[in-house]
Each structure stands twice: as structure tokens, then as C-alpha cells.
Design a binder for this molecule. Structure first.
Ligand SMILES: *[C@@H]1O[C@H](CO)[C@@H](O)[C@H](O)[C@H]1NC(C)=O
Ligand SMILES: *[C@@H]1O[C@H](CO)[C@@H](O)[C@H](O)[C@H]1NC(C)=O
Ligand SMILES: *[C@@H]1O[C@H](CO)[C@@H](O)[C@H](O)[C@H]1NC(C)=O
Ligand SMILES: *[C@@H]1O[C@H](CO)[C@@H](O)[C@H](O)[C@H]1NC(C)=O
Length: 494
């Protein structure tokens, strides 16, 4: 029936990008590598969302006068031309130096339309109308884009896009057979180019929409009332033949706008690291140890790292009577008085990651206070250097942690109650650290903070890999159907 439109091989090849990539010396402390598998997932999701946003697609009416043997000149018109469904048989995504190429091939579409005709001879004037269905076969749709960083947001530059229809078949309901043939002969080419043009136009619109969504992504993700994560993109995405790497600043700042990024400089390995595990997962999100340092620094600067010790199982040490034999002078000066302890971290905790371990060193002062006749009397201060090891885990989309005490040193800073036996004090410090300080930190660390993922995406089967200075979360992603890509902005949950 319908004759095959010669298949044209597309020029969906890499067009040398005319965009010059500005070398920047900015550093990203969080990077996301999207693997082959992740790119395939993104591609399928995009195609699915693109189709559901395009369909149904109404094309403009087509009119034409044709000469039909015996009958003469007939005015034919097609209206209400609608693509009702679109199916993609296979698709591919490829990345290279200058861009990302996405091709959907073997696509088919079902269309419906109304036809009408009229013709006049010197005797009569005849007109009729009916419906027709069109089956579009062997459609190839492709586009190539470059993604660049423009002042901290990602911009999609469309390099090429197009649609080719290989074959269509038209089935006319009603009408005479001459008409049937007439419509096919007259309109085949026009329907083909109308479909090609409409789909190409929709693709361009879609890319523009995606681009403005990316541009509207916030540059900061508020985690809670104290800290925000700087999610400004740094550098252009790094495209290799099997992955795309994106980098964001990734440091925490205070929600009050106090920046900490200036504190950090590090020499980044020139090579993209892609742990072996990555090949089986969609994304690998790597966080540099400075990300954690920066969070600790914001909390420290905002005076959050100080506590009054109250919840402690061994209440006997909250009264001078409990210290009778440890610090006799304390009991002599303040017999049976209640006591308070306060712990203040004295410098921003440092967090370091090695292949085996995440550990932190926390410097702090523990102040011993006595409540005497309604007055708080500080009586001694002990300096602590606390070594703790940390573990990280994934809860939902949050990177959460926990901390456990490795060891610590305690030394006397000052005392109004004579010299203290540090050996005995050490045991009490240990109790306070184990039964108050660590559990307290853990209730906060267990909440963690959300990894910067676009809204709607959730981590699946995440695994954590530690390597020098970095923690990498390798994971698959899922995207529940109820979400609409139009609401892409980064999730903001604490
Ligand atoms: C966020 O990161 C960008 C890129 O590194 C940097 O230019 C900007 O100063 C940072 N913002 C804050 C508040 O630190
Ligand atoms: C001592 O600790 C208790 C319990 O946390 C608290 O209510 C009280 O205000 C504290 N007193 C001083 C003076 O810090
Ligand atoms: C623990 O702290 C001591 C100082 O008290 C320090 O010398 C040592 O390197 C630390 N060890 C670890 C594993 O953090
Ligand atoms: C604490 O433990 C670490 C590692 O086990 C060790 O290197 C360090 O010397 C210890 N420090 C003290 C003060 O015991």
C-alpha cells in the first residue's frame, strides 16, 4: 500500500560543540557519576514522560486539490488529525566528548483524522465526509544535546534533533474506493512531514522545558534551621563514553548565610574515580570528608556544640556525695550539693575517612559545676580529646551516621577544689561520654541529611564504599509514576 519513505540515516552524530568550555578552578566536594545503567534509566524515564506529555497530539489541518481520473478535480481536506498513541520499540543513549545522543527507533504511532471532499461539475456538486485511521511505522526520533554549566546551574544546549517516518498506512472508513486511493496518493507525503514536523517541534519544546527546569533548581538545599547544603554546580558535566559526572560544591553553610567554603582547598585527582561496584549501579554519589567537616564547622560556629549533662543513668555522680572518695575536697566544700556538668566542643571537629574507617577527633572542655544555695559555682574544668569512629548508612534518601567512642584523654585545665586524681576522674569522664555524650550525638546523627537528589527519585539497594577521603553511595534509583518531571526541583526534607 503505502510506499516506503527511503530511510535516511540521521546526522545524529556528534556535532563538534561550538560552546567553549570554560576551565574553572572551582572544586566540587560532592560528585555524582551516572553510569550506563543510570543513563538508560534516565533515558527510558524521559521517553516515557515525553510520550505522555505529547500524546494526544493534534496536527494542523491539511487541504489539497487533486485530480482524480474520470472524476476530475476534487478538493480534499483532512482535519482533526490526532496522534493518539506512540510506542517506542528500542532506544539508545550515548555519551561522548561533546554531548549526549538519544535515539528512539522502530517507533509506531496510531493516528485518527476526519476527511472530507467536495467537487463540482457543471451539473452537480457533491461532498462527503468520514474518518480515517493512520498507522505510522518505523519512526526514528533522535536528538543530541550538550550540557554546560552556566553560573552554577546546568544548561541544556540542543545541538540537533529530528524525526523521520519510514512508512505509513492509511485506512479510510466509508467513502468510495477512488477516494481511498486519492487520499493515500495525495496525502501520504503531507501526513509524513506533518508528523515529522510536529514531533520535532515537540522535542524542541520539551528540551526547552527541561532546560528551564534545570535553570530553576535552587542553589541551596536547606537541611534544617541551622545548616544548608550548597548544591551549586561546579564545572561542566564530565562526559565519558559510559558515564556522566556532575559536581556540586557540596559544602554545608549556615542558613544565616555564613559561608565556610573558603576554608577548604584540596587537590582533586584528575581522573574520575568510578569504583568497580559502580558498574552495577545507576549512580555513585561521592562525598568528600570536607563535606562532613563543613557541617561540623557550621554547628560549631552557631554554638550548637555545647550541652548541659542531665540525662545520665548514674545519678549518684550528679551530687557531691557521689564524689566523696574521688574528690574529697569537693565534698568538704559543698556537702550534698547537686552538680551539673556542661560539655563544650572547643574547636570544629575534624572528620577523616580512610579505606577502613571514618574517625573523628573532638576537642572539648567539661565543666564541673555545683549548685550551691541557688548559685551555680564552676569548680573545675577538664580538657578532653575524644577519638571516635563513625559509621554511615542510608535511611531512605538520607545519609545517616552513628558514632562510637574509641578512646580519649582527659587532662585538668583548672581546679578550685585542689588537685584531682586523673585516673579516677577518667572513669567518670568515660561514664559521661558513654552514657550521655555519645547517645546524644547519635540521636542527631541517625537522622542524617538528605542526599541531593531530584525530587521524586529514591535510592534503591544502596551500598556504601569508603576510600581515602571519600564516601561513595552506589545505588539504583526508582521514580514512582505519581511524580511529574515538571516538578523536578530538589527535594527539601530534613
Ligand atoms: C556555593 O558554591 C559556589 C560554587 O562553589 C560558590 O561560588 C558559592 O560562594 C557558594 N555559596 C556559599 C554560600 O558558600
Ligand atoms: C543544671 O541541670 C539541670 C538539668 O538539666 C537544669 O535544669 C539546670 O538549669 C542546670 N542548672 C544550671 C545552673 O546550669
Ligand atoms: C586519638 O587521640 C590521640 C590523642 O589523645 C591521638 O594521638 C591519636 O592519634 C588518636 N587516634 C585516633 C585513631 O584518632
Ligand atoms: C586511641 O586508639 C588509637 C587507635 O586504637 C591509638 O592509636 C591511640 O594511641 C589511642 N590513644 C590513647 C590515648 O589511648
Amino acid at each position: 500500500m503505502a510506499h516506503a519513505v527511503p530511510f535516511i540515516l540521521f546526522s545524529f552524530v556528534f556535532i563538534p560543540a561550538t560552546i567553549t568550555l570554560v576551565e574553572s578552578n572551582q572544586q566540587g566536594f560532592i560528585s555524582a557519576v551516572i553510569s550506563d545503567k543510570g543513563l538508560d534509566f534516565a533515558k527510558d524515564l524521559l521517553i516515557e514522560k515525553a510520550i505522555s506529555s505529547i500524546i494526544p497530539l493534534q496536527l494542523s489541518d491539511i487541504e489539497k486539490s487533486v485530480k482524480i481520473p474520470v472524476i476530475g478535480k476534487v478538493k480534499l481536506g483532512l482535519s482533526n488529525i490526532i496522534i493518539n498513541s506512540l510506542d517506542v520499540a528500542s532506544s539508545s543513549v550515548e555519551t561522548g566528548d561533546s554531548g549526549i545522543v538519544l535515539v528512539a527507533s522502530g517507533a509506531t504511532a496510531d493516528m485518527s483524522m476526519d476527511w472530507k471532499y467536495s467537487y463540482k461539475t457543471w451539473v452537480i456538486s457533491i461532498s462527503d465526509k468520514g474518518t480515517a485511521t493512520v498507522q505510522v511505522e518505523g519512526m526514528v526520533v533522535g536528538l543530541s544535546v550538550a550540557i554546560i554549566n552556566e553560573e552554577g546551574t546546568l544548561k541544556i544546549v540542543l545541538l540537533d534533533c529530528g524525526c523521520r517516518v519510514e512508512d505509513i498506512s492509511i485506512k479510510v472508513d466509508g467513502g468510495a474506493s477512488w477516494l481511498y486511493q486519492g487520499i493515500i496518493d495525495a496525502f501520504q507525503g503531507k501526513i509524513v512531514s506533518a508528523v515529522e514536523d510536529a514531533i520535532t517541534k515537540k522535542l524542541k519544546e520539551g528540551i526547552n522545558k527541561l532546560d528551564s527546569l534545570l535553570q530553576s533548581l535552587p542553589k541551596e538545599m536547606e537541611v534544617n534551621s541551622v545548616v544548608a547544603l550548597n548544591i551549586t554546580f561546579v564545572d561542566d558535566p564530565l562526559l565519558s563514553d559510559s558515564s556522566v559526572e556532575l559536581e556540586i560544591n557540596g559544602l554545608f553553610t549556615g542558613v544565616d548565610g555564613i559561608s565556610v567554603s573558603n576554608y577548604y582547598y584540596y587537590h582533586k585527582e584528575p581522573q574520575t574515580f568510578l569504583p568497580n561496584k559502580m558498574s552495577t549501579k545507576m549512580v555513585g554519589i561521592s562525598l568528600h570528608e570536607y563535606v562532613f567537616d563543613s557541617a561540623a564547622r557550621v554547628y560549631f560556629n552557631a554554638n550548637y556544640l555545647q550541652w548541659t549533662v542531665d540525662q545520665i543513668p548514674d545519678q549518684s555522680i550528679m551530687n557531691t556525695a557521689g564524689w566523696k572518695y574521688i574528690i574529697p575536697q569537693l565534698y568538704e566544700q559543698y556537702p550534698d550539693d547537686d552538680m551539673n556538668f556542661s560539655i563544650a566542643v572547643t574547636s570544629p571537629p575534624i572528620i577523616r575517612i580512610t579505606g577502613d574507617d571514618i574517625y573523628t577527633t573532638i576537642d572539648g572542655d567539661l565543666l564541673i559545676e555545683v549548685l550551691n544555695s541557688g548559685e551555680v559555682v564552676p569548680v573545675a574544668c577538664i580538657s578532653l580529646v575524644i577519638n571516635a569512629s563513625c559509621s554511615v548508612e542510608i535511611h531512605g534518601n538520607n545519609l545517616a551516621g552513628s558514632i562510637s567512642l574509641v578512646n580519649f584523654t582527659a587532662s585538668l585545665k583548672w581546679s578550685d577544689i585542689g588537685n584531682l586524681h586523673m585516673n579516677l576522674i577518667q572513669a567518670i569522664m568515660s561514664t559521661i561520654l558513654k552514657t550521655f555524650f555519645m547517645p546524644y550525638l547519635n540521636t542527631h546523627l541517625r537522622r542524617g541529611f538528605p542526599l541531593p537528589l531530584p525530587r521524586g527519585f529514591t535510592l534503591q539497594n544502596a551500598e556504601i564504599i569508603r576510600h581515602d577521603s571519600w564516601v561513595t553511595v552506589c545505588s539504583d534509583l526508582s521514580y514512582p509514576k505519581r511524580y511529574d518531571l515538571n516538578q523536578l526541583p530538589i527535594m527539601v526534607t530534613a
